[in-house]
Design a protein around this ligand. Structure first.
Ligand code: HEM
Length: 566
């Protein structure tokens, strides 16, 4: 008998292969037919949406196999091939993505209490952010949102003004050391925003931290790179493949550093809480934490707040951050981590794990977004000297020659500065897209198109903000786009840098207040120079919008505002 070296009859091997082949092929074909039929409604409804079908099986996946800047540029360019404001579909393998840009359609999704589920891409954040506010859904998200939103109430934020000032001045001292060199301002903005978050929302001194704000921010940036790579490379998405790559190992190291900081913050805060609790017991014999919300050093009296500003949202649009009496009524308001620690005391409202997830979420969402927003703002000031001069004039009218710290009232007077921040967030929204997975089909408001169950909806903020019908000359930086009379007539959902509706950004007011204090402090101390125009900038949208070429600028110390103001 003829056998091969392993002693197996080749005829037998061939027939086994044939058998396998003949059985497998029909099985695959049958599975594919079943797969297509079970998704018939998705394919039928998708066929009515303008866009590209891409290659068989792969769809448009190859478009995402490029460097982050090219992906961003190409997708933005291709959006012009379709009718203005039309929804646009893309396929990544079997996944249907629908990009929405018409404010009426955006409203249908964002204002809804039904379409609140995040897209599967957010799953990749889980090892980092667990099931925190950004990712969670359903009853868990509702309960946690209700708990956390009031901790960013304006009355709590007003108690942070001193810390915003101290940290802004620290940053100015660090910037002085850069002399007249050209450097990347983003590093400074990241460090500053991390440290401000630690000292305000978390209520711990940055000096007690083992790692610097900069090390934490750098680790977050690298994590975002890894997540972006997984979002855009189909084969890196499944954990069983990713776990074999060098990136998985790198991710473990980065998460050690990131969670190390949050665990340290939590340990410090718990220790403080327990000390305070036993002190209260000794002094008054009244058990602490017996009330729903306990008075702590960071609690504040409820106070009437003058609403002169929009705090980053379209005028007239309200969310749960705008609710004046949100059930707390005459009770005290408590800052973010103080409240969470109290609620986790007996583990009924929140477990320790859930507190950590929320801390990680706020540390990420609260720092990378504002670091990008402030860096874009300063680069725009460098590129538009006339606008910078107007901001400086306004600051002079508020502060004169004085270098006193900024008060909350001052921030309400920074009307032009606010318009510049809003315009920065229009042109360069730090969160350039928002996505949702829909579990119920939804009819669009702008045209006769229904989005099918299972589609991933992408709210394309970057593109929405560049709609020429809403913002004439959308590629031109023009803070007057936010003059009250212009904002008044605009569709509420035509401007959504902080998203909008029930899942809007919980840190919207925090961000606007902090940005005004840090940016005004920098501009009172330095003239910003840049020899690059916006056309030279290379954008990349790896979760947060950034410049791949770095946020390069140089600074010139101001002797006093009086000398520079016109
Ligand atoms: C310029 C600064 C900021 C911008 C542009 C921004 C933008 C956004 C956007 C667009 C979303 C919705 C994301 C989505 O649905 O996928 C969001 C959600 C969120 N943001 Fe911000 N954000 C900023 C600052 C902050 C700050 C300072 C904090 C906290 C201190 C924060 C905390 C959050 C949280 C917790 C969520 C999730 C809310 C939820 O799903 O209920 N953000 N942000």
């Amino acid at each position: 008998m003829v056998t091969n070296v392993q002693g197996v009859n080749p005829l037998f091997a061939l027939s086994a292969f044939n058998l396998f082949f003949y059985l497998l092929t029909p099985a695959i074909v049958l599975w594919y037919i079943y797969f297509r039929m079970s998704r018939k409604q998705l394919y039928d409804l998708a066929s009515k949406i303008p866009g590209s079908e891409g290659l068989p099986l792969l769809g448009n996946a190859l478009d995402f196999m490029q460097d982050p800047h090219t992906i961003f540029e190409k997708i933005y360019e291709r959006s012009f091939e379709f009718e203005k404001n039309s929804p646009i579909k893309m396929w990544i393998g079997p996944r249907l993505l629908v990009f929405l840009t018409d404010p009426r359609d955006v409203e249908v999704i964002l204002s809804s209490n039904v379409y609140i589920d995040k897209s599967p891409e957010y799953r990749l954040f889980e090892p980092w952010l667990g099931n925190g506010l950004l990712i969670s859904t359903g009853d868990k998200w509702r309960a946690h949102r209700k708990l956390i939103a009031p901790t960013f109430h304006l009355n709590v934020l007003k108690s942070f003004v001193t810390l915003f000032n101290v940290n802004s001045r620290d940053t100015v001292s660090k910037l002085r050391k850069m002399g007249s060199s050209t450097f990347d301002i983003h590093d400074f903005m990241s460090e500053c925003t991390v440290e401000i978050l630690l000292e305000t929302a978390m209520g711990v001194s940055k000096k007690t931290q083992k790692k610097s704000g900069f090390e934490y921010a750098a680790a977050v940036m690298k994590m975002c790179d890894i997540l972006h790579m997984r979002h855009t490379n189909l084969w890196l998405k499944p954990d069983f493949i990713f776990n074999f790559t060098k990136y998985a190992k790198e991710q473990v190291g980065l998460l050690d550093l990131i969670h190390g900081l949050t665990n340290n913050v939590l340990a410090k805060k718990k220790e403080e809480f327990l000390k305070k609790k036993s002190l209260m017991k000794e002094v008054s014999d009244i058990p602490a934490a017996s009330e729903e919300i306990v008075e702590t050093s960071s609690t504040l009296e409820v106070e009437e707040v003058p609403y002169g500003n929009s705090f980053g949202q379209s005028a007239g649009l309200k969310d749960d951050l705008d609710v004046e009496d949100d059930g707390i009524g005459e009770k005290k308001r408590v800052a973010f981590l103080d409240l969470l620690i109290e609620c986790s005391e007996n583990g009924v409202v929140l477990s320790d794990e859930e507190v950590r997830e929320q801390v990680d979420t706020i540390m990420f969402e609260g720092h990378d977004t504002t670091a990008a927003g402030s860096s874009f703002f300063l680069c725009l000031m460098g590129a538009h000297q006339d606008v910078q001069q107007k901001v400086v004039d306004e600051l002079y009218s508020i502060f004169g020659d004085s270098d006193r710290p900024v008060t909350f009232q001052d921030t309400l007077q920074m009307k032009y500065m606010e318009r510049c921040i809003m315009e920065t967030l229009r042109m360069y929204p730090p969160v350039p897209i928002i996505s949702r997975q829909i579990k119920e089909k939804v009819k669009l408001a702008s045209r006769d198109i229904t989005l099918p169950v299972g589609a991933t909806i992408v709210i394309a903020t970057f593109k929405i903000h560049r709609n020429e019908d809403v913002f004439p000359n959308p590629e031109v930086f023009n803070p007057d786009n936010f003059l009250p009379e212009k904002s008044a007539s605009r569709h509420y959902y035509a401007y959504v840098p902080f998203s909008a509706g029930p899942r809007s950004c919980v840190g919207r007011k925090y961000a606007m207040l902090k940005l005004k204090i840090i940016l005004s402090t920098i501009l009172r101390n330095f003239k910003i120079n840049s020899n690059l125009t916006e056309k030279d900038w290379k954008l990349q949208a790896d979760i947060i919008l950034k410049r791949t070429d770095g946020f390069k600028l140089s600074l010139e110390p101001r002797k006093s505002l009086a000398k520079t103001a016109a």
